[in-house]
Design a protein around this ligand. Structure first.
Ligand code: GLN
Length: 535
């Protein structure tokens, strides 16, 4: 079968859940036995979101190959279990960078370099490159932003060209919003008509429309949308509100989204759909037997998208343990000696989040101290692990000015130091220690117990590391290494054995937690929180 290309565009407004629809469709096609990959095209000019403040677009997601990507790639991986890579996220910045490099090399042989065809060709190459790997039968490409945005014009134009060239092997699924006007007691289709017109003005006729709506779509609403937008009413799909994003694949199956997609692409609907395991997960998710409250201490807590993978990892681990995990988001900037007790008491576990820079750092260190001294289960991730090391150095080893050199370059006790290979780097973008690295766990540690194996691989995103010059001192005082990089001997995990559960990881376990693979460290952390609560 020739590779089939499915584009997911959005209209009317942002935040309708294009990423979830794209991921759900991938899940459904995978459940029919097809090989699927998801891609995201982002219209902004940054080369990648690695340099973006999380307040802008939420968390930066990191792939196995070390790409810093949009958080939608996290949804794709969590829904499908299919690993993504640098090729799965392309920004306008990256497209232009490559075209300009080619222009400087002289590759265009004197011709005028233009949006059409040079930029659009580059976009098309990035899309078809995934199909050309021969690894996928379906490539689902989500176009960031909303149709009509100036920024996304070249992407939509590339879709128009591909649709013409690929014929039956390419379709467009357009996600829109159907507002309910309470005063009129009616669902309104006009915004959808307008957004489809905006697409048509750019030469693209959508094949399927998915409608976000708070009320069920009546038959007449479906028919009206079909009539105005040139499609059968079966291709108008209802996307109502659900209690969990993980319900969306089931909703889309019930609405026959996958069947319409296959029909439009001329693929016979023969394989049965198998969502048994997914439904078993949903059953456990909706029927918890216990509950527990944990705190997430970070400085971006106003925007929960900033910690998307962590909050989803809690859902996966909680479901595995038949536990509803309540997460209390605690702003590290506002934790001080006077209020730490009030802010953190009552929690059965404390997670100190990843991050960069000085803001809120002392609050994070106080949260670690509170968890360590009160024997509350603790999980520190990346900067959270580094804070645990700094706290231990200050309050157990007695090095009052101990710090990470990221925050205090002149500290006399740099217990977290810059990695050697980082010292000569001056560019900020894409230059950290990024992506998957192997780690060897130390037998007898909590980490080893959680993973149940010695050799693991986890994803990284940092410039600083545990300063091994202090390793013996830490070990003697009661903070031990629980995992090392087998080549460089960098300490990747620290633990305090004299504590029910005190684990700090230099890597990011949250990126690898998926619906079908709850992450062992999160499961162990929630398990410890349950034990703590029962005491
Ligand atoms: N700022 C720290 C470093 O660069 C931690 C990074 C993170 O938490 N992702 O090492």
């Amino acid at each position: 079968m020739a590779t089939k290309y499915i584009f997911v565009t959005g209209g009317v407004t942002s935040s309708l859940g294009k990423g979830i629809i794209a991921a759900s469709l991938a899940r459904l096609l995978k459940a029919r036995g097809y090989l699927v990959t998801n891609q995201k095209l982002d219209p902004y000019i940054n080369i990648d979101p690695g340099t973006l403040n999380p307040y802008e677009h939420g968390e930066c997601y990191v792939t196995e190959d070390g790409a810093e990507t949009d958080l939608d790639l996290g949804h794709y991986e969590r829904f499908t279990g299919v690993a993504t890579s640098q090729a799965n996220n392309v920004t306008t910045g990256r497209i232009y960078q490559h075209v300009i490099e080619k222009e400087r090399r002289g590759d265009y042989l004197g011709s005028t370099v233009q949006v059409i065809p040079h930029i659009t060709n580059e976009i098309k190459e990035r899309i078809t490159a995934l199909g050309n790997t021969g690894k996928y039968e379906f490539v689902i490409t989500e176009i960031g932003g909303t149709v009509g945005d100036i920024e996304s014009f070249p992407f939509v134009e590339a879709v128009r060209q591909l649709k013409y060239a690929l014929g039956k092997n390419c379709i467009v699924v357009h996600l829109t919003y159907i507002p309910y006007i309470a005063a009129a007691g009616e669902l309104k289709t006009k915004p959808t008509q307008h957004s489809v017109k905006a697409l048509q003005q750019q030469g693209v006729q959508p094949d399927i429309i998915v409608c976000r709506t708070e009320k069920p779509l009546t038959r007449s609403v479906r028919e009206k949308i079909g009539l105005f937008c040139n499609m059968e009413s079966e291709c108008v799909i209802e996307d109502g509100d659900v209690s969990s994003i993980y319900e969306v694949p089931i909703k889309m199956r019930d609405e026959k989204l996958d069947i319409q997609v296959l029909r439009k692409l001329d693929v016979p609907v023969k394989n049965e759909i198998d969502l048994t395991k997914w439904e078993a997960f949903l059953y456990k998710l909706h029927n918890p037997e216990k509950e527990v409250t944990v705190g997430l201490v970070g400085k971006y807590v106003e925007l929960q998208d900033a910690y998307k993978s962590i909050s989803e990892a809690f859902v996966h681990a909680g479901t595995e343990l038949r536990t509803k995990v309540h997460v209390k988001y605690i702003h590290s900037e506002y934790i001080d000696e006077g209020n730490v007790e009030e802010k953190l008491s009552g929690l059965s576990g404390i997670l100190v989040a990843p991050g960069f820079g000085t803001r809120g750092i002392e609050g994070k260190i106080l949260a670690v101290k509170y968890a360590r001294e009160n024997k509350i289960p603790f999980l520190g991730i990346c900067l959270g692990m580094q804070c645990a090391v700094v706290e231990f150095a200050r309050n157990v080893l007695g090095y009052k000015d101990a710090h990470s050199v990221e925050i205090s370059p002149s500290t006399t006790h740099p217990v977290i130091d810059m990695m050697e290979e980082q010292k000569s780097i001056s560019n900020m973008g894409g230059t950290m220690r990024l992506g998957a690295y192997p780690c060897k766990l130390v037998k007898g540690t909590k980490a080893f117990e959680a993973y149940g194996q010695e050799d693991i691989s986890e994803r990284h995103r940092h410039r600083y590391e545990f300063n091994s010059a202090y390793l013996e001192e830490f070990k003697n005082a009661g903070m031990i290494p629980a995992g090392f990089n087998p080549e460089s001997q960098l300490v990747e995990i620290v633990e305090v054995p004299n504590h029910p559960f005190f684990v700090g990881a230099q890597f990011h376990p949250e990126y690898k937690s998926a619906v079908m693979h709850p992450h062992p460290l999160f499961v162990a952390f929630i398990g410890a929180a349950l034990q703590y609560r029962n005491k």
